[in-house]
Structure formats: structure tokens, C-alpha cells
Design a protein around this ligand. Structure first.
Ligand code: WTA
Length: 650
């Protein structure tokens, strides 16, 4: 959890730049307050009105059907998500750039809306030819190439449910996710490029498919042209299928609550949970929040740097901006390839106006130094955004000055895989900002910081962040596990949505999100679970027990520290430490590589046998334990851990 210097909470708000407010969709705080009040007074009319932002084949009959904790939004409506993101722009904007893709090697491909439409229709026809039916699940494991967005839009077009698996995940992680959603088709590529090297995606997918009995077909995009293993009958080249497919496809209407996608995310147990999003409510709130939070205008060039494998990429690379008919920049590779100014070079070349990135990226740019920035003009930029973790005020200020040249408002956007879209954020032309705060909830969002009984805590006191009323893009359930959905989100604090974050609300009603209160670790904004890493560690033959905690990291926000007790016959060594780090990285993915593995003979536990992660967190962070240890079973354990650490440091 982030610790803020208390004086930060006293800091004076920075008003939105006047020039920006003049042209903004929402140009004053007054206007925001009015909109907020209207939404609060009558949420259903408010959302009913916003729903006009979408194209409907049949208008909804009822805005909300709320049987806690299950919501149905825009009941009776019929729409097609892919039609909304592509077809509806053809009349006015057929020749407007939709996707502007840049490969890591510098080559580019640009698709107008007409061209994107053609490819989405073709691939939708491919899926239909392969027998895909509405409701079937399609797993997607791809690099950041246009075909990834095309696959998602084509899946939505035929009513299939996509489950995108981040390209950095390993074979075991893929197999677990595919087994859970019972995907019939896996779409991948022969490989991808990262820092000039080839990432062998097909090879990893092949290893995963050994344990994926539900997969009938594997569609492979040719990206690297490297030779890959091939299973006749199962594996099919994307380009060969596409060549044979018709360019015409009529988008069929689907129900508002038709499932759109499942995205796996880490929670408090070892098993990742499949967050289920449905069609209309999700698309509506993505579309609406993209307009409001990014103040999207017709001629904007919009770049969200997130990988599509995470929710930010789903909502703010693909669905939100394309549904608005925006021109989207998409980049394949690493921010420091071939040099640390790659992003700024892209900003200047495409004349990017809206730049949305992560707090980790901002801290890395800051560490790399301004010489990488000063070589570029950055005059096209008019708005900056950040997401994924708390951004510390120093990084915020640096972003504002060095990248935004004191001219661009910053939107610090708070939301989650589960919320589907941004819920707390400044409106850039309206909300005065305070560095480090996501500021105020968007209209229609009732956010409160409360104690465990659900009572609001006072200004400056730490409590739990909750959302008090259902919202259109909320997750509908955890796929296949309604009970866990109800338990984790709606019963901890009865009747309201529990976000899992600690937060404070200051005297102006500004929300300061401090970090997770559960065992979710945020490494460079990527969400990982302590339990998931622990269960990998204990599956290693040398490990008897493991406890995993986060410690603060200057760039990545948090880093992973593992405490490991070895089985009899195994001795601590540098080699074993490295082996365990590799083992975690190979089983989950390199994003989960521990920063440190510490050996211990015992782990601190409560009398009931629960590992006391809080103590270990303190130990990993401060090198000492000061908190309450009264429930600790064996005090000597802490002594031993402290000693082991001292030995390590010698
Ligand atoms: C954290 C990412 C502080 C938070 C879209 C949340 C943030 C988790 C912010 C969700 C922010 C996200 N300030 N913390 N602006 N945005 N978080 O599911 O802990 O990958 O619960 O979704 O990220 O992570 P997820």
C-alpha cells in the first residue's frame, strides 16, 4: 500500500488549463456537478439517455433490472458491438484512419474504417465457416498486432465470447485459462517481436495445447515467418483462411446482456478468476467514458500504450475509442527499443494528441532522464492520462512538466478489470487536479470510502473504496462461479461493491487510492496474486512452504519477494534462488519473476495456521517488524527471519 506524506492531502488543486477548458466537452466544475447531481437523482434516466450513444437494432425496453448482486442493463435491447465499433462509422468516416499500427522495426500499416471493416468481416466469416456459434469461447494469445483487434471485433460480430490471454503468459497459465472457459478455438501467431528478439508464441501455445482438450482449431497469424511446429487438421494459417473468406458480412443483432468477453485476473486465491463482461452496458460505458475523460474530439489522434492483453487495452485501445470512431495508434514493441525515446518519436510522427499510459511507464521515463524527451517536440499533445496503480505526486508533476509542458491536463483514472471502464477520474476541462489523486467519481458513479461496517470514514482517514450502486460496465459474474462473485465483491461490506482497495477521501471529496488490501500485487501495473505465486513455488520439489509479499519498488510500484522454507535435504544456495525465480517466471510468465527469494526454516503463522503476510511485508519493506505480533505462533520465527536477512546482506 502506498504511503503518502500527509501534507500531500493539503496541496492546492491545479485548475484545468484555461485554453483546454474553453474547447472541452465539459468545461467547468459547475457543469460536472450538475451532471453528477442529475445522474444521482435519477440514474436510470441518466443512463437511458447516455445509451443513445450506441447504435441499436432494437432499443432497450428497460434500463436496469437489479437483483443484487446481479444486474441486467438495457434489458430487451439488441445491438452488435462490432457494428458499433466499425460499420456505423462508414457513412461519414470510411476514409478516416481507424488503426495506425507501428511495428517494432518501424514499419507501419494504416487501416481506414473501410479497410478495418473489410478485414473484420472477412475474419468473422472465417469464424463462421469454422462452425463458431454465438456463445462459443475463443481464446486469443497474440502479440500487439492489428490481427489481435480484428480477432476481437470479429468474435464480437458473430456473438462469440473472446478470452484474450496476455502474450507474456506461459503455457501453464494459458492452459488453466483455456480449461476454465472451455475455448474451442485458439488464435495465436508464429511469434512476436520484443526488443528486437522473437517471442515464440506458437511454441508456447503448442505446449499449452497439450493440456487443452477443448481446443479444436488453432489459427496462426504469420508475423515473424520463423518456422513453427504444425499439427495437421488442428493448425490453420490465418492468411490462408482469410484469402478464401468473403469480405461481406452482415452484423447480426445480439441481446444487450449477450456475453462479450472473459478476462482472467488475479484475486485472493491461487486460481485466476474469469471476469465476465456483457455487450451493451460495457460498450456504452466505455464509449461514454472515452468521450468524457479523454475529451475526445473528431480530429484527435489517440494513443493508449497498454497491451490489449489487459483490460486497459480492451476498453481503451479497442472498444471505447473505436466505438467513438477515433483514430487509434497501436505500437507493437517495447518503449526503450531501439532507444529510450521510442514513445516520443511515435508521438511526434503520428501527431498524437491524447496519450494514456501507466504510472510505471511515467516513473521509468523519469528515471531515463529528460535528454530522451528534449530531442522531440511533443507539441501535438493536449491531454495525458495514467492508470493501473497509484501515481506518486513527484512522478505526476514530472509528467505534467516534462511531457505535458505545463499545458496538458493529466487524467489519473481509477478503475479495474471488474469495473470495465473508468469510474473515478478528473474531467480534464472541468476538474482541478491534485497530483496523486484520481479526484472525483464520474457522473453515475457513487463511490464512498467506508469502514468494514459500511460507514463513511472522515476526511483523511483510511478506509475501503466501495461503489454503492450498480453501473452499466460492471462485471456480471466470475465465469462459472456466481457464488465467488457474490462473496468477493458484494458481501464483504454488505450490499455494496467492494473494490479491494484502501483509499482516503479528503475534505474536498477527492479520492486518494492507496493500494490493495488483499493479496493482489501490482508489478508494473500488472495484477498478480500472492497465492498464485505461492502455489507455483510449493510445486517445486525443493520447496516445503512459501509466502509471497510485495515490497515497494521505485519504478514498478511493487516488486515480488518470496519467503521460502525448503524440504529436508535441500540447502539454500544462490543457484537454488535463481532456479526458483526462473521456475515462477516459466510457470506463470516473466511478469511474475520474483525480485527476491529469501530462505527461512519456518514461516510466521497465526495460531490457526494462517501465514502472517503482513509481518513478512514489513520485513521485506523495512527490514524490521514493528506491528502487532500477538497472534504469532512462534516469535522465534521472526528472529530467525531477521537473522537470515542479516546473513544475506553480509
Ligand atoms: C489499481 C487496471 C491508484 C487499484 C485498470 C485497482 C489504481 C487495480 C488506479 C485494478 C489509479 C488502477 N490509482 N490505483 N488511477 N488504477 N489502480 O484490474 O489497486 O489490472 O484495484 O485494472 O489497479 O487493476 P486491474
Amino acid at each position: 500500500m502506498q504511503e503518502f506524506d500527509p501534507h500531500v492531502l493539503e496541496e492546492k488543486p491545479i485548475p484545468p488549463p484555461e485554453e483546454f477548458s474553453k474547447k472541452a466537452r465539459i468545461g467547468s466544475l459547475d457543469e460536472y456537478h450538475k451532471m453528477y447531481a442529475a445522474a444521482q437523482a435519477d440514474p436510470e434516466s441518466f443512463w437511458g439517455e447516455q445509451a443513445k450513444l450506441l447504435h441499436w437494432f432494437e432499443a432497450p425496453k428497460k434500463v436496469l433490472d437489479w437483483k443484487p448482486p446481479h444486474a441486467k442493463w438495457f434489458v430487451g435491447g439488441k445491438l452488435n458491438v462490432s457494428y458499433n465499433c466499425v460499420d456505423r462509422h462508414l457513412e461519414k468516416n470510411a476514409n478516416k484512419p481507424a488503426l495506425m499500427w507501428e511495428a517494432e522495426d518501424g514499419s507501419t500499416i494504416q487501416y481506414t474504417f473501410a479497410e478495418l471493416h473489410e478485414r473484420v468481416c472477412q475474419f468473422a466469416n472465417v469464424l463462421l465457416t469454422l462452425g463458431v456459434k454465438p456463445g462459443d469461447c475463443i481464446a486469443i494469445y497474440m502479440p500487439m498486432i492489428p490481427e489481435l483487434a480484428i480477432a476481437m471485433l470479429a468474435s464480437a460480430r458473430v456473438g462469440a465470447v473472446h478470452s484474450v490471454i496476455f502474450g507474456g503468459f506461459s503455457a501453464t497459465a494459458i492452459a488453466d485459462r483455456v480449461a476454465d472457459c472451455k475455448a474451442k478455438i485458439l488464435i495465436t501467431a508464429d511469434g512476436g517481436f520484443r526488443r528486437g528478439k522473437i517471442v515464440p508464441l506458437k511454441e508456447t501455445a503448442d505446449a499449452a495445447m497439450k493440456n487443452c482438450p477443448t481446443i479444436e482449431k488453432c489459427i496462426v497469424v504469420r508475423r515473424t515467418k520463423e518456422e513453427v511446429a504444425w499439427q495437421e487438421g488442428r493448425d490453420l494459417w490465418w492468411h490462408e483462411l482469410e484469402e478464401k473468406a468473403s469480405k461481406e458480412n452482415i452484423a447480426a443483432p445480439f441481446d444487450s446482456e449477450h456475453p462479450l468477453y472473459i478476462l482472467y485476473t488475479s484475486g485472493t486465491t491461487g486460481k485466476p478468476k474469469g471476469v465476465l463482461h456483457t455487450s451493451a452496458g460495457y460498450l456504452l460505458q466505455c464509449t461514454w467514458s472515452t468521450q468524457l475523460v479523454f475529451d475526445l474530439q473528431e480530429d484527435d489522434i489517440y494513443w493508449c500504450t497498454a497491451d490489449i492483453g489487459w483490460v486497459t487495452g480492451h476498453s481503451y485501445v479497442v472498444y471505447g475509442p473505436l466505438s467513438n470512431g477515433a483514430s487509434v495508434v497501436m505500437y507493437e514493441g517495447a518503449p526503450d527499443f531501439p532507444q529510450k525515446d521510442r514513445f516520443w518519436e511515435i508521438v511526434d510522427r503520428y501527431k498524437v494528441t491524447i496519450f494514456y499510459s501507466s504510472a510505471t511507464a511515467v516513473r521509468a521515463f523519469m528515471a531515463w532522464g529528460t535528454e530522451w524527451i528534449n530531442a522531440h517536440k511533443l507539441t501535438s499533445l493536449r491531454l495525458l492520462g495514467t492508470v493501473g496503480e497509484p501515481i506518486n505526486p513527484a512522478a505526476w508533476k514530472w509528467y505534467f512538466e516534462a511531457i505535458g509542458k505545463n499545458r496538458c491536463p493529466i487524467v489519473d483514472t481509477w478503475w479495474q478489470t471488474e469495473t470495465g471502464s473508468i469510474l473515478i477520474s478528473p474531467l480534464p476541462g472541468a476538474t482541478p487536479t491534485k497530483p496523486g489523486s484520481a479526484t472525483l467519481p464520474l457522473p453515475g458513479v457513487i463511490a464512498k470510502v467506508v469502514n468494514m461496517k459500511g460507514e463513511p470514514v472522515g476526511p483523511g482517514e483510511t478506509g475501503y473504496l466501495t461503489i454503492q450502486k450498480p453501473w452499466p460496465s460492471m462485471l456480471r459474474t466470475i465465469y462459472g462461479d456466481d457464488e465467488r462473485y457474490a462473496r468477493e465483491y458484494w458481501t464483504r461490506i454488505p450490499g455494496v461493491y467492494f473494490a479491494g482497495d484502501a483509499a482516503q477521501c479528503d475534505k474536498d471529496g477527492y479520492i486518494w487510492v492507496l493500494g490493495r488490501v488483499d493479496d493482489v500485487i501490482k508489478v508494473a501495473g500488472h495484477r498478480l496474486s500472492s497465492m498464485e505465486i505461492e502455489s507455483v513455488l510449493v510445486s517445486h520439489p525443493a520447496v516445503a512452504e512459501a509466502a509471497v509479499v510485495a515490497r515497494p519498488d521505485e519504478i514498478k510500484g511493487e516488486a515480488i519477494v518470496c519467503f521460502v522454507a525448503l524440504r529436508v535435504g535441500h540447502e539454500p544456495s544462490k543457484e537454488l534462488r535463481k532456479e526458483l525465480m526462473d521456475y515462477v517466471a516459466n510457470t506463470i510468465g516473466s511478469i511474475a519473476r520474483p525480485s527476491d527469494v529469501r530462505f527461512t526454516s519456518l514461516l510466521p503463522k497465526t495460531r490457526s495456521g494462517k501465514i502472517m503476510r503482513r509481518l513478512l511485508r514489513e520485513l521485506a519493506t523495512k527490514g524490521a517488524v514493528t506491528g502487532d505480533t500477538t497472534t504469532l505462533e512462534d516469535m522465534a520465527v521472526i528472529e530467525r527471519l531477521l537473522k537470515a536477512q542479516a546473513d544475506d546482506e553480509e
